[in-house]
Ligand binder design. Structure first.
Ligand code: FAD
Ligand code: GLY
Length: 379
């Protein structure tokens, strides 16, 4: 069996790694450099519980299972590559600064409780005992002990190395233009390298993991075209002293989140914008993030800004991932991971590999098939 994967982000690479470990012949085609799009831009929060939105309850079983898999996934990746991936399990807090924020947080926490999530209410004093540099006038918070983080850029580097050592062919600077579909089944990919020479790569299985660009790949029958769009997120990083960091936990504050890395970077994110593939870093976006971060953690005022960037979450029409088989034989979908693609990496790789090997979608991903949009996918 020959498997071709379109897209070298965390999703494509993790599937490739797992397949190569089983001895499958697998090639990844990446239009740029692996892992430099959403998988690079992300904050790396593993927030199955605290990031649950009322409309995304259906994601919870998948998200929690992936969260459960993360410690072993990280450890295996580290063993395979000798690279650290910055997995941290200190837990995550969501804090309220004003009385209004606290009312809102109570409402969110009621939802947590109705869903039986392991998240507990903290008084202001309890929040500050865990994170003493937060705004001393804050009015309370919640603590989610199971939500942590990983350094997604380190994960990408480790996945590339693990894929190569497992024998997977990684073709960077190689754009997939079209999937060749003959008599209802995939036959391979038409690709173009940086020398602009087109080539055909035959494949029995094609995995679509092109993130926010998944809709643009040509050649698929109309009913297999993907309702995926880019959802822009602007981010920035400040530099803390790694020996005296201002934070240890991931913090969700009104209008921003703060993610402290072991190397001293403090990631502040993120905007959520429907602006297509516009890569501009705007004054308004940066101002909103810095203002939110400064209100929660006043000590950032003195920290240097190290980097600003933006990325494109692959959002589907219902903001849930699109996973599994299609009625085009051999075409497997692994896209639309929206705000949770780093979190969902281990379970996506596991379930997609099971689907490819067994020929039927694994149980956990059945609710996420493309078929759920069937009545409404536009031509
Ligand atoms: P990508 O990483 O975008 O990879 C897709 C790849 O396909 C790209 O490298 C692209 O170049 C390639 N490609 C596209 N078209 C073609 C083509 N024609 N031929 C070949 N290759 C092609 N998730 C979390 O779990 N936790 C977080 O804290 C978090 N924070 C985020 C913050 C921001 C600002 C953003 C933008 C995202 C965040 N996410 C987070 C979401 C997460 O980053 C994504 O869901 C995840 O990275 C998607 O991975 P992917 O591999 O599908 O996409
Ligand atoms: N999951 C965080 C974000 O998408 O911004």
């Amino acid at each position: 069996m020959r498997v071709a994967i379109i897209g070298g982000g965390v999703i494509g690479l993790s599937i490739a790694w797992r397949l190569a470990q089983l001895g499958v012949t697998v090639s990844v085609f990446e239009t740029g450099i692996c892992g430099r799009e959403a998988s690079w831009a992300a904050a790396g929060m593993l927030a199955a519980h605290i990031e649950t939105e009322p409309t995304e309850e259906g994601l919870l079983p998948l998200a929690r299972e992936s969260q459960r898999l993360w410690p072993d996934f990280a450890a295996e990746l580290e063993r395979a590559t000798g690279l650290n991936v910055g997995y941290r399990a200190e837990g995550t807090m969501m804090v309220a600064l004003t009385r209004d924020d606290a009312e809102k947080l109570r409402f969110t926490h009621d939802l947590h409780r109705r869903m039986d999530l392991p998240i507990s209410w903290l008084s202001a004093a309890e929040v500050l005992s865990r994170e003493p540099y937060l705004n001393p006038r804050l009015s309370g918070g919640v603590f989610s002990p199971l939500d942590g983080q990983v350094d997604n850029r380190l994960v990408v580097a480790a996945l590339v190395k693990a894929c190569r050592s497992a024998g997977c062919a990684i073709n960077e600077n190689t754009r997939v233009d079209r999937v060749d579909v003959t008599d209802g089944r995939v036959a391979g990919l038409h690709v173009q390298g940086d020398d602009s020479v087109s080539a055909f790569y035959p494949a029995d299985i094609v995995v679509m993991a092109a993130g926010a660009w998944s809709r643009a790949i040509q050649g698929l029958p109309t009913r297999s075209r993907l309702p995926v769009r880019p959802v822009k997120g602007q981010m920035l990083a400040l530099r803390m002293d790694p020996l005296a960091p201002l934070l240890r936990h991931v913090i969700w504050a009104p209008n921003c989140y703060l993610v402290p890395r072991l190397d001293g970077r403090l990631i502040i994110g993120a905007t959520t914008e429907e602006r297509g593939f516009d890569r501009s870093q705007t004054a308004g976006g940066t101002l909103a993030l810095l203002d939110g971060a400064w209100r929660a953690l006043p000590g950032i005022e003195e920290l240097p800004i190290e980097e600003m960037w933006c990325g494109f979450r692959p959002g589907s029409r219902d903001d849930l991932p699109i996973l599994g088989t299609t009625d085009t034989e051999g075409l497997i979908l692994a896209t639309g991971h929206h705000r949770n693609g780093i979190l969902l990496t281990p379970i996506t790789a596991k379930a997609i590999v099971e689907t490819i090997i067994s020929g039927t979608p694994s149980e956990l991903i059945r609710p996420f098939s493309l078929a759920r949009f069937e009545a409404t996918v536009p031509a």
